[in-house]
Design a protein around this ligand. Sequence first.
Ligand code: UDX
Length: 461
Amino acid sequence: MPDRPAPARKSTSRTSAKATQPPRLSVIGTGYLGATHAAAMAALGFQVVGFDTDPTKVAALSLGKVPFYEPGLDELLVEQVESGRLRFTSDVADAVASSDVHFVCVGTPQQATSHAADLSHVEAAVRAVAENLVGDALIVGKSTVPVGTASWLRGLLADAAPAGVRAELVWNPEFLREGKAVQDTLHPDRVVVGGASARAEELLRTVYAQPVAEGAPFISCDLPTAELVKVSANAFLATKISFINAIAGVCEAAGADVTVLADALGHDSRIGRQFLDAGLGFGGGCLPKDIRALMHRAGELGAHHASRLLQQVDEINMGQRERVIAMATEACGGSVLNRRIGVLGAAFKPDTDDVRDSPALNVAAALHLRGAQVTVFDPQASDTARRTFPTLGYAASAEDAVQGTDVVLLLTEWPELVALDAGRLAALTATARVIDARGKLDAQAWRAAGWEFTGLGRIAA
Ligand code: UDX
């Protein structure tokens, strides 16, 4: 990882009086986004302190241990903690007093009783920073929030900050993907900053000097636009997935193959091949809750076309889970009761152990609740899945998971699962029936190895 100090900035403001020095950074909230952001900013050469209210998380991170699976993050964290540029604390006053720029990286989950985002963590984080300020500061929101949140937080900041302190709040949404979080943070496609004064923009141009020098566009805009860029990006990706899943339904009805169709569509540079994999649909900690929060917010603002569109996107997506449950039931002869089902994959996508709103785990659990004996194998997510659904069976290998089964389901397209030897696996099952819910298996090869093969939007044998 490059280890070069950030360029010194020139300014006449009070914060920078401490400073022709590079700004010192705090990261408030060290979950997925915050832990990655903190390590990446330290790798860019800044002095960084990560704050979290959870002392166990702080203790683990201080030892360079990431409490979740994210390729490359462990190494980066260890390297940066050892360099002395990165430390963690559960003392917010310490984090705030030792930094000039504060990145708010806390979660905005879906509310338990509505589609709206729960903003209590963001509110608490901004309040905690505000109340502990000892000098001028820049607060930078990175969490995904409904449009209008940042403006409300500015009011809160003005009320809570000590008299005489100049504190500015801007929004700088984060677009990182799980499984590629380090790469996405160090080399973002774009840097979006909303509501920044000249001084704030100068500070953030210093922070992001390296990605911008590499070619990432720096887009400075107003607060609501910055907030909306993030949720619109996720809404577009979700819409693209539900579009191809709707077309997969047409393919099935017409005897066409959606995987070939998606490749052909993808060659059109206006469309592109990414996010056109038909299958079990999207899940995870972001896309589902973000489109629901946007649906809710658009409705509040009277923008009903967006709400209706996203409602359809959500319905198509959730319908894919029902579709796979129905296919598994049909494969078992009309009822899954006491049937043995082998499930390959529990994570919401490959390269993560995250099972939040995982379509794979959701389908596995639904089949279990209908009386099937479900055995799950996932290369990384078995522990997180077990914590969520302890009553499912968990196998130590794909071979163990398919042992004696009536049907096998591929629900997360981990490369090692896609590459499994179809012939060897067929011999282990009671009946060699497979449902490829991710459109990634070679249907011809699996059929040749003796499997009865079904896929979403694929041509029946
Ligand atoms: C997403 C956004 O990509 C990221 O920019 C944002 O910051 C957070 O939300 P992430 O949730 O990590 O990132 O996963 P992503 O790679 O976008 O996949 C989301 C879901 O869509 C997964 O469940 C995946 O399996 C599914 N998907 C993706 C499909 O069903 N088909 C596809 O073609 C692509």
